[in-house]
Design a protein around this ligand. Structure first.
Ligand code: AMP
Length: 210
């Protein structure tokens, strides 16, 4: 099984949703820089304060802030990881490589832009366990309550349509070059994200060989 894995794809492409089931199936930690930055913002740390304006505007947080927290976190892992939302720029991918982190696979969840906005605008998630729902296509059993842990579901403040469009622009400009970067290294596998959650999971399971 490939265990040192990067999940890549546009915002709202299903990375977080897949990560929740993948981390259990693969028995590896789910490391999401978005979750780490939101936790820092909530805790009011220096990092959180610096990151806040970028996140709210739908822009990427500067590389040097993100590289530091990921390097620290990955240094604690020696039996695989599922990286979600990192790297997002070529400079971040270079930093990961320079840190000597071997990667087994980069899974690109490919979703056309026109689907992204409707997916994100209906999205709610559980701050407790990270489960993600969609008000129309994947509603929780009880409105506003997490099926898994009973937490209260919330909408992210960067899931507004205007901010989503900024995030998509950042993805195309800054993150998409990584498709080539990892393609050249023979690590990139692309799955079709325009499918049901189970179908996407099944495609990922096959490419990660478990
Ligand atoms: P996500 O939850 O992955 O969609 O991330 C939410 C926001 O956190 C992004 O729009 C960025 O502002 C910030 N962020 C998350 N990961 C990174 C990263 N690797 N580099 C820069 N900014 C990031």
């Amino acid at each position: 099984m490939k265990k040192r894995v990067i999940l890549m794809g546009p915002p709202g492409g299903g990375k977080g949703t897949q990560a929740v089931t993948l981390k259990e199936a693969m028995k590896v930690p789910h490391i999401s820089t978005g979750d780490m930055l939101r936790a820092a913002r909530k805790a009011g740390t220096e990092l959180g304060k610096k990151a806040d304006a970028y996140i709210s505007a739908g822009q990427l947080v500067p590389d040097e802030l993100v590289n530091g927290i990921v390097a620290e976190r990955l240094a604690q892992e020696n039996d695989g990881f599922l990286l979600d939302g990192y790297p997002r720029t070529v400079a971040q991918a270079d930093a990961l490589e320079a840190a000597g982190q071997a990667i087994d696979a980069v899974v690109l969840i490919d979703v056309p832009d026109e689907l992204i906005v409707s997916r994100i605008v209906g999205r709610v998630s559980c701050p407790g366990c990270g489960c993600v729902y969609h008000k129309e296509t994947m509603p929780p059993k009880t409105d506003g309550i997490c099926d898994k842990c009973g937490g209260t579901l919330v909408q992210r403040n960067d899931d507004r349509e205007d901010v989503v469009r900024e995030r998509l622009a950042a993805y195309h400009k800054q993150t998409q070059p990584l498709v080539d970067y990892y393609g050249k290294r023979g690590l990139l596998v692309t799955v079709n994200g325009n499918a049901s959650v189970d179908e996407v999971f099944d495609q990922i399971r096959k490419v990660l060989e478990f």
